[in-house]
Ligand binder design. Structure first.
Ligand SMILES: Cc1cc2nc3c(=O)[nH]c(=O)nc-3n(C[C@H](O)[C@H](O)[C@H](O)COP(=O)(O)OP(=O)(O)OC[C@H]3O[C@@H](n4cnc5c(N)ncnc54)[C@H](O)[C@@H]3O)c2cc1C
Length: 418
């Protein structure tokens, strides 16, 4: 049996932040990672086009997100990703319009204060769909609100909890803006991983835990540790692919039953030249690929994003159908240009990824508070990862980083007690 004082399971943002904090604190720590790379749901592709593209996490959400500390340490460069002037929506008549038009539409006015309205909501929990229906939002306003707040949270209008959205907006706003990392997200995580003892291709299959420590079974070895930080994605935990003996406590079991981690997919299309207007950055289109964005000005790549049941439905049709949906969606907006200029595509379906099994976590109606419950330590087991974030933004890279540091400090504070 191989021993390490502390084992971190998973080398995604949470696991790297936990291991970095522990190693910098002088602790003996090993990371066991199922894949052959670090990053988990951060996975930059440097070969698809002239600039890096992000198969998973892409943006830094907010000018005050915790990620900025690591951006600075890495010396990375960033660019504001979706300035207001670059936003486009497809209207009911199929026309693509910009802020000059949609700012004038009376039925879209409530969207300009959507976040503020939700943040002040203190009524009984309900779905965002119900919340919008009560406020008699028009079909297009409802669709845009869906894309912005349900779809972006890997959820659907009728599942996502307004109580959870309100809580996050009230307490964990990370400031305005979304930012691209020009060198790629992997560039920012590299300094976190540097010098750590990471065992790749080492999936943990079984965890026997108790007050005296933890024994983990992997295909080639058995590991023993005094403390373990579990950063497995929510959907991996829910799948039962990793077994626990004894089973996890009731608090975690309830959280696993009530939280959700629906699918998320990205379709990248590369063209020989851009055929959209030079200012366009972000496009709210129709289902099943309701959101599109550009990478950098002048780069002939568009990314389509689909989550939740939309992503599940389109994935079930097969990869060729997803590409066809993508080209057909663009054809309704840009005519024959997309097919004429199309050169290559890349489809990334995170629900089909064995070590993720979904996009990112979300809180259904009535499940507010479950993230905190999932994060509770159980004996020698400590929990981190984007689904366990309750004092920062969950479901993000910066939230995952924050959770890793939190779990590492839990362990260090236990040890510091007299
Ligand atoms: C398509 C997509 C787009 C996104 N966009 C953004 C965005 O723009 N901005 C943003 O902030 N966030 C975004 N996110 C969310 C962000 O990627 C995650 O919140 C964050 O990366 C999660 O980090 P984590 O460490 O909690 O989990 P992960 O990164 O999933 O890390 C968990 C690690 O555990 C490993 N593992 C799994 N099973 C085992 C096992 N049995 N044994 C050992 N190791 C195992 C995995 O391989 C993985 O490396 C996006 C996610 C997706 C999927």
């Amino acid at each position: 049996m191989t021993h390490s004082d502390i084992v971190v399971i998973g080398a995604g943002a949470a696991g790297l932040a936990a291991a970095r904090t522990l190693a910098d604190g002088g602790r003996d720590v090993v990371v066991l990672e199922a894949r052959n790379r670090v990053g988990g749901r951060v996975w930059t592709d440097h070969s698809f086009g002239p600039v890096p593209i992000e198969r998973g996490a892409e943006y830094i959400h907010g000018a005050q997100a915790d990620t900025w500390e690591w951006v600075q340490r890495a010396g990375a460069h960033t660019a504001a990703a979706a300035p207001w002037a670059g936003r486009r929506i497809v209207q009911e008549d199929g026309r693509l319009v910009g802020p000059d038009v949609f700012q004038q539409r009376a039925d879209l006015q409530p969207l300009f204060t959507l976040e503020e309205q939700i943040a002040t909501y203190t009524g009984p929990d309900c779905s965002l769909g119900e919340w919008l229906r009560v406020r008699q939002c028009s079909p297009l306003a409802t669709h845009i609100a869906d894309v912005r707040m349900a779809h972006a949270n890997c959820a659907t209008l009728d599942t996502i909890s307004v109580a959870e959205l309100a809580y996050e907006l009230r307490y964990y706003d990370k400031g305005p803006g979304d930012f691209h990392i020009l060198e790629g997200y992997d560039y920012v995580l590299a300094p976190l991983a540097a010098g750590l003892d990471i065992r790749f291709a080492t999936p943990v299959m079984h965890i026997a835990w108790g007050a005296d420590g933890v024994v983990m079974t992997t295909p080639d070895a058995t590991w023993h540790a005094r403390h373990v930080v579990v950063t497995l994605p929510l959907a991996v935990l829910q799948s039962g692919a990793v077994t626990f003996d004894p089973p996890l406590p009731a608090a975690q079991q309830e959280a696993l039953a009530r939280l959700a981690m629906p699918p998320a997919m990205k379709l990248f299309l590369r063209f020989d030249e851009p055929f959209w207007d030079a200012d366009m950055t972000f496009l709210t289109a129709r289902n099943p690929l309701p959101v599109w964005w550009t990478t950098q000005p002048g780069v002939p790549i568009l990314t389509a994003f689909s989550t939740g049941t939309r992503a599940a439905q389109v994935a079930a049709e097969g990869p060729d159908a997803v590409l066809e949906h993508g080209l057909a969606t663009l054809a309704t907006i840009f005519g024959d240009a997309p097919r004429r200029h199309f050169r290559a595509h890349l489809l990334v379906d995170w629900a089909a990824d064995e070590w993720a099994r979904g996009g990112y976590s979300q809180v259904p109606v009535g499940a507010h508070g479950m993230r905190k419950q999932l994060a509770q330590a159980a004996g020698a087991l400590h929990f981190a990862g984007e689904a366990t974030v309750f004092a920062n933004n969950p479901a993000t890279v910066h939230g995952a980083l924050h959770s890793g540091v939190r779990a590492a400090r839990e362990i260090m504070s236990t040890e510091e007690r007299p």
